[in-house]
Design a protein around this ligand. Sequence first.
Ligand SMILES: Cc1ncc(COP(=O)(O)O)c(C=O)c1O
Length: 468
Amino acid sequence: MSAQISSTFSTASVRDRRAFDSFGSSTISFSSKFNEIKFFTRIYKSSTICSALKSSEQMELDTTLSPRVNSIKPSKTMAISDLATSLVEAGVPVIRLAAGEPDFDTPAVIAEAGMNAIRDGYTRYTPNAGTLELRTAICKKLKEENGISYTPDQIVVSNGAKQSVLQAVLAVCSPGDEVIIPGPFYVSYPEMARMADATPVILPASISENFLLDPKLLESKLTEKSRLLILCSPSNPTGAVYPKELLQEIARVVAKHPRLLVLTDEIYEHIIYAPAVHTSFAALPGMWDRTLTVNGFSKTFAMTGWRLGYIAGPKHFIAACNKIQSQSTSGASSISQKAAVAALGMGHAGGETVSHMVKAFRERRDFLVSAFRELDGVKVFEPQGAFYLFLDFSYYYGIEVEGFGLIKDSESLCRYLLEKGQVALVPGAAFGDDTCIRISYASSLSNLQTAVNRIKEAILTLKAAVSL
Ligand SMILES: Cc1ncc(COP(=O)(O)O)c(C=O)c1O
């Protein structure tokens, strides 16, 4: 609704205003007040409204947003990726290492299946929970690769794993419930808890603890309000992989709390570097009943733009996720679902094609780990999975740089590295750990080499600033 229109409408009753609001967008194209009034009068013959329109009293448009949206923060990773992209579009040669997106193309066999779906007219709504064909293929995959048994009615396919997580949080949390989130965490988890009017409870783990949740800390923080524990392994942002024994210890703590469910985000399960091994939490003894397993196609199959993820769990909870989806987005893209069936047909863990991608990620990880180990003061954690390096750069906080200002935290350091080194990275604060910054190595080795040189050069300038 234009502000101009609202100013003419100051004395209208609430009912009239509601009606006006619902037509707001159609009035925007009328530029003169005269036309607005004429158009509006034609629609609403009500004398109340007409008299209201004659009023010249000023009234501010109510731009209030819901407390729910006010309580959440926008995604920092997306904001930085967008900023880096606009800098590149403006001709600044920024190396973008902020986004969590594989740099590989979607494998040809998957893309071909998508194109065939379009050619074959497979372009209509699918069942809300996803096609039976895809859900059956997902059940097979979960059984063979993860050792967990589900039937197709225990699966909901969504527009990305992000939606799967959100729907699960909305489905199981009541206002005031606590969502337990080990930190560093994927940026969206706390905000999703807030969207459900639940309280995120962050249980931090530092680089010296290999960024892994301490079961004793978990035990000490659980209360009767604790409803959901969110685990992410391999982890975004740290690349840490939970060993089976540690998950078993966590399961023993969880088992003591009948209200506590576990959502396990396994979207990076196949981007993992031996000897690390992925364990599905639902496969642990006694955990199936209380575990919601989320996975997706974005990372393993380089299908970020296809928007496809899924959740598996006991039917009671999955039906609730399905209900939420039925009143919001409905089923995921029919084309993407056909492509996903082809992806799951590529063999165990995505077969040769995926193992080539993982090999490339591993090479890049090895390069970055040894490059950053050479840099004074930087603490390096060697990731065992995903495609991120989470480095502790706090040694360089507190330095004043001429023409830039104070590097006081991960955010100012990332801003400095963007301005000085033209490398886009994500501040650790976005993931709940301000000592670190995240580098995504979903970029070619030559890009990474240039980025490392630029970062090192920018850091040398910092060191020079200290010694002045
Ligand atoms: C841990 C984690 N979960 C979920 C997602 C969302 O994935 P999708 O593209 O399937 O929505 C991401 C994407 O970055 C992620 O890192």
